[in-house]
Design a protein around this ligand. Structure first.
Ligand SMILES: Cc1cc2nc3c(=O)[nH]c(=O)nc-3n(C[C@H](O)[C@H](O)[C@H](O)COP(=O)(O)OP(=O)(O)OC[C@H]3O[C@@H](n4cnc5c(N)ncnc54)[C@H](O)[C@@H]3O)c2cc1C
Length: 420
């Protein structure tokens, strides 16, 4: 396939990182081609931010680093070289108007992720970067010699035909394992293993959690705002909070999801194999004593009502039967017959609604992959694999991930921009 041999660099994957890499390298004067196994660019980018693409966060570097969960230090060079301000400027220069929403989340003003893809592919075209669709890379070719290891090309499959292409520079931008139907099936991680490079076991992150301790079917669809979640486990024989956050969550048919749960999932893998308890504080603005005072007031205003009918203003409708059951109080009991001890236990159930995490949902539902090529293998100033000359890894395939808010795409842009 001599038509391919004129390129200085082959980029594998036309997602966020691959497209930005194409622009970066073509800007530096390299002849670049991107090979993409799908029939179009940016399938995952298209579904980001619920189809609106939260492309970065309008924040300073300090906040950016604080939102990187895994290996923030590794990202130091890449982010100081190209931070979120640079990302905004870059897209605005491409003609994409942006807007900043709650929490610094930056979106295209049009609310269409397709506009992000469109400005990137237009720029690639203008720079003469070739993009081959339906082109699946199967292998990376590496030569071992006395002088060390170097990349010599790739094996690719197009129209059922498999052939090798020679090239001294290959950039792997194949993504993680989340939402595999978008094309991110972990190929870059597989090649890293085959090449003897160290890989951190990939795990689904920013992912919903399955729970025990409640009938989820009963609570399905219930969305809770202004709650506080805390995750507990036993560390050195003592119960310890391992993650705590205030915000929103929701119940699904299998367990829990929503912003605070997704963020928590990214922090919990370090405790895999241990029992993790989730405590939901349904009234975090009130102390247990203040909540008890409020319940006393509510009860005194509804003195002859049955318990089950006296707590409507306190709790969402779907939660009432669940909390009543947990409180152990007869739902038909008149509120003036409820003992102080019963009432205090009821308050406790509201402040400490406990569930047990049984497992993470799978990669099919994971917004990102935690794990991937170990950062120890990479030079953070060029993203080149230290032991294999000419081979570079960027984007989600690398063991680096962040919380929601546009930070994960920022990682992809920054890694792609530091290529040289
Ligand atoms: C539902 C959802 C919503 C998200 N929303 C946001 C958001 O709003 N903001 C944010 O910052 N992050 C968001 N993310 C995360 C973000 O999409 C990823 O972190 C980002 O896309 C990673 O970019 P990437 O280029 O490394 O990988 P990808 O975007 O996954 O691109 C990899 C590309 O490589 C191609 N490929 C893979 N293997 C091969 C092969 N063997 N040969 C050829 N091509 C190959 C794939 O087809 C794919 O096109 C979201 C993720 C999901 C799943």
């Amino acid at each position: 396939m001599s038509e391919y041999n004129k390129y200085d660099v082959i980029i594998i994957g036309c997602g966020a990182a691959g497209m930005m890499a194409g622009i970066t390298l073509a800007d530096k004067g390299y002849k670049v081609i991107i090979l993409e196994k799908n029939d179009k660019a940016g399938k995952k980018l298209f579904i980001t931010g619920k189809g609106r693409c939260n492309l970065t966060n309008n924040c300073d570097d300090e906040q950016l680093f604080a939102n990187i969960v895994t290996n923030p230090k590794f990202m130091y060079s890449a982010i100081t070289n190209f931070n979120s301000g640079d990302t905004m400027e870059f897209f605005q220069e491409l003609g994409l108007n942006l807007k900043t929403e709650r929490g610094g989340r930056v979106f295209p003003a049009s609310d269409h992720s397709s506009d992000v893809i469109s400005v990137l592919t237009t720029k690639l075209k203008r720079l003469g970067v070739g993009v081959r669709y339906n082109s699946e890379v199967c292998d990376i070719l590496v030569e071992d010699s006395d002088l060390g290891r170097k990349v010599t090309g790739i094996t690719v499959k197009e129209n059922e035909k498999t052939f090798d292409i020679s090239c001294e520079n290959v950039v792997v931008a194949t993504g993680g394992l989340g939402y595999p139907r978008t094309g991110s099936t972990g190929d870059g991680i597989k090649w890293a293993r085959e090449l003897g490079l160290s890989v951190t076991e990939p795990k689904p992150a920013l992912v919903p959690l399955e729970v025990a301790g409640v009938n989820c079917e009963e609570l399905m669809g219930l969305s809770l705002k202004n709650i506080e979640v805390s995750f507990w486990t036993t560390v050195k024989g003592k119960q310890k909070i391992v993650y705590k956050e205030f915000g929103e969550m929701l119940f699904t048919h299998f367990g829990v999801s929503g912003p605070v749960i997704l963020s928590a999932s990214s922090h919990l893998h370090k405790y895999d194999g241990q029992n993790i308890e989730l405590l939901i504080d349904l009234k975090p603005a009130l102390s247990e004593k203040q909540l008890d005072d409020r319940v006393v007031r509510d009860f005194s205003e509804n003195i002859n009502k049955q318990f089950r009918n006296a707590i409507d203003s306190l709790l969402p409708r779907k939660l009432i039967p669940v909390i009543i059951e947990r409180s152990g109080i007869d739902p038909y009991k008149k509120v003036n017959e409820i003992t102080r001890q019963e009432r205090e236990h009821f308050v406790h159930c509201i402040k400490k609604f406990n569930l047990t995490i049984t497992q993470y949902r799978g990669f099919d539902e994971a917004i990102i992959t935690q794990g991937g090529l170990s950062v120890k293998e990479l030079n953070p100033k060029s993203m080149e694999v230290k032991k294999i000359k000419g081979l570079r890894y960027i984007g989600e395939v690398v063991d680096c991930d962040a919380l929601t808010g546009g930070y994960n795409l920022q990682l992809a842009w920054s890694m792609a921009k530091i290529l040289n």
